[in-house]
Design a protein around this ligand. Structure first.
Ligand code: NAP
Length: 349
């Protein structure tokens, strides 16, 4: 523990955001434990500065130097807290790499996280945007989390029902944005597997597996295969994952659209609304695999905006360039379908 931890001035964040955007933090802190973090937040020398939290930078668009104190928690640790009948309760630190936790849990025979395999980022960021894939969302497994208030360093535990979870959203991302730093998560996992195979692609591949591989580890392997085949590795082609959320529209609007586009990809929701596949809209608007200068939409997954310049080692594309390009994609989807796409990554500052 280092209570004298001093933030680094004017720190380069280019390698700390997966879009490879050139940006800096006025002051960057990498706290490794709660005491260091809380001491820093309560230190009068830093009291007047704005505070921003980042994780592994896999869902960020950095548009300029981030003013004040930028906190990137490195709090590690994974442990079994309790065994409760068919379930276990585990606790993981915010600085743990998400996919390492997925692999670790499955290696102990604790099931539940396999559909969320290979989602980039740190554990602390997972509840922030309620990560989800293949019909499973973090909120299905989260028991509670610990956080500290950015204004005065007070610690608080949030139960699942206090986190304001919604589709790719939470209290921490929306209602109380910028107010909390998540330090630790507790997850409730299964000892008796309950596989989630509602997504057609995953279900078909799973059915084709030999019976001995029809396990949670088998699901993880399939999810990793699908993701690797469709999603660009940020180390090779910088990106921030899905750049737009799947829009949810009324059934009336959906019916009208389906008349015009009989092959529209859509999923009815429990509340009567309909979720559209944003990737399908972007593809049909002509953006799949299209490169315009240094930016483009990925050839295998139209939802992913990619930074070709950074792939070529040039960090010349700015956050403003990314937002201008994304606005063109959004405008053309709106012009064709009358549907407004909402951006998924967080824009900073
Ligand atoms: P896909 O299988 O081609 O399906 C396209 C979209 O249709 C998905 O976005 C998914 O919505 C929706 N969908 C498919 N089957 C569904 C079902 N049975 N019920 C409800 N909705 C269904 O998807 P993909 O684009 O390759 O992505 C696969 C999964 O990985 C998705 O869950 C996606 O969200 C996730 N993913 C996340 C990121 C990220 O960076 N955050 C990037 C790529 C993919 P949902 O997105 O709501 O699941």
């Amino acid at each position: 523990m280092n209570l004298e931890h001093t933030p680094q001035p004017h720190a380069d964040l280019t390698s700390r955001n997966t879009l490879g955007l050139p940006a800096r933090a006025e002051w960057l802190s990498l706290p490794e434990d709660d005491r260091t973090l809380i001491a820093l937040l309560q230190d009068t020398r830093w009291r007047s500065l704005p505070r921003t939290v980042i994780g592994e930078g896999s869902n960020l668009v950095l548009t300029a130097e981030i003013p004040g104190l930028v906190l990137c928690p490195q709090i590690l640790g994974r442990r079994l807290l309790a065994e409760e009948g068919d379930q276990v309760l585990v606790e993981v630190g915010a600085g743990e790499h998400w996919d390492d936790v997925v692999a670790w849990s499955l290696s102990h025979g604790w099931q539940g996280l396999e559909n969320l395999s290979l989602i980039p980022g740190a554990c602390g960021a997972a509840p922030f945007q309620n990560i989800g894939a293949y019909g499973v969302e973090l909120c299905d497994l989260l028991d509670s989390l610990d956080a500290v208030a950015l204004d005065d360093g007070r610690a608080r535990t949030f139960r699942h029902d206090e986190c304001g979870f919604a589709y790719r959203d939470s209290r921490f991302k929306s209602a109380e944005r910028g107010q909390w730093l998540i330090t630790r998560l507790r997850l409730r996992l299964n000892r008796v597997p309950q596989l989630q195979l509602g997504y057609a692609d995953l279900a078909a591949r799973f059915a084709a597996l030999p019976e001995a591989q029809q396990t949670p580890a088998g699901v993880r392997e399939l999810v990793c295969q699908i993701r690797r085949s469709k999603l660009p590795d940020p180390a090779e082609l910088p990106n921030a994952g899905s750049f737009f959320k799947n829009p949810v529209i009324s059934s009336v609007q959906h019916n009208a659209l389906q008349q015009r586009f009989p092959d529209l990809v859509a999923f009815p929701q429990a509340d009567g609304k309909v979720k559209l596949a944003a990737g399908w809209l972007i593809e049909r608007a002509g953006w799949k695999g299209r490169r315009d200068g240094d930016l483009g939409m990925h050839a295998q997954q139209a939802l992913v905006l990619v930074n070709h310049a950074a792939a070529e080692g040039r960090h010349t594309v700015t956050g403003a360039d990314v937002l201008a390009f994304a606005a063109r994609v959004r405008d053309s989807v709106h012009a064709q379908f009358g549907v407004t796409l909402e951006q998924e990554p967080v824009i900073l500052p």
